[in-house]
Design a protein around this ligand. Structure first.
Ligand code: GS8
Length: 219
């Protein structure tokens, strides 16, 4: 029996993008069911009754939850094609550490660049750039965080790049000017078909976040 793979997703979701890239890297065919998060579908509530969030991977009727758990599940199930996590336990632990760092630090820093103004925003920009510089240090001279090949850290980080144009527009700063090596890495990732087809256009994200900001009371 062929696998039935369904992804409950929302186009601007950084977490959803991770899963899209993983499925594309593995060449897995799936049905993408776009969700309305303001009016959650019975399917989403049934598949993720605890958090009621996307992404959800429904594999042969069974839900897998949380983007990083889903990506690791995909890597294990479709293990013959394009490994995403390193096979060495120490390297795997290192990759998981950096992905954990990205989830704890980058999202929060990024959020402050577009949900605050004045001093708080300046502080947010500084923190955001510091996080990117730390990541840049970890990348070093390697083409990818995974070394010669695109891997788990690259896949978990690159979706943020589709939000950078919005961060930079609201915060009036440039990541490329401050972190050129990071920008070169991002462009390298964007050249991969699996990434390019999984990320929305930065201008579309800017439009989405502009509306969202207005609903929060910003002009
Ligand atoms: C986060 C998922 C999430 O926040 C993961 O999968 O890694 N830790 C989880 N999903 C958001 C959309 S993306 O910002 C979501 O579904 N929100 C709906 C809600 O909060 O009601």
């Amino acid at each position: 029996m062929a696998d039935e793979v369904i992804l409950l997703d929302f186009w601007p979701s950084i977490y959803g993008m991770r899963v899209r890239i993983a499925l594309a890297e593995k060449g897995v065919k799936y049905e993408n069911k776009e969700q309305d998060l303001r009016n959650k579908s019975p399917l989403l509530l049934q598949m993720n009754p605890i958090h009621k969030k996307v992404p959800v991977l429904v594999h042969n009727g069974k839900p897998v939850l949380e983007s990083l758990i889903i990506v690791q599940y995909i890597d294990e199930v479709w293990k013959d094609k394009t490994p995403l996590l390193p096979s060495d336990p120490y390297e795997r632990a290192q990759a998981r550490f950096w992905v954990d760092f990205i989830d704890k630090k980058l999202l929060e820093g990024g959020r402050k660049t577009w949900t605050t103004t004045g001093e708080a925003q300046e502080e947010g920009k500084k923190e955001f750039i510091e996080v990117i510089k730390t990541l840049e240090g970890q990348l070093g001279d390697k083409p990818y965080f995974g070394g010669e090949a695109f891997g788990f850290v690259d896949l978990s980080l690159i979706p943020f790049y589709s939000w950078f144009h919005a961060f930079e527009t609201f915060g009036k700063f440039s990541v490329a000017a401050e972190c050129p090596n990071f920008s070169a890495w991002a462009k390298r990732c964007m050249e991969k078909e699996s990434v390019a087809k999984s990320l929305p256009d930065g201008k579309k994200v800017l439009g989405f976040l502009t509306e969202y900001r207005k609903s929060l009371g910003f002009e």
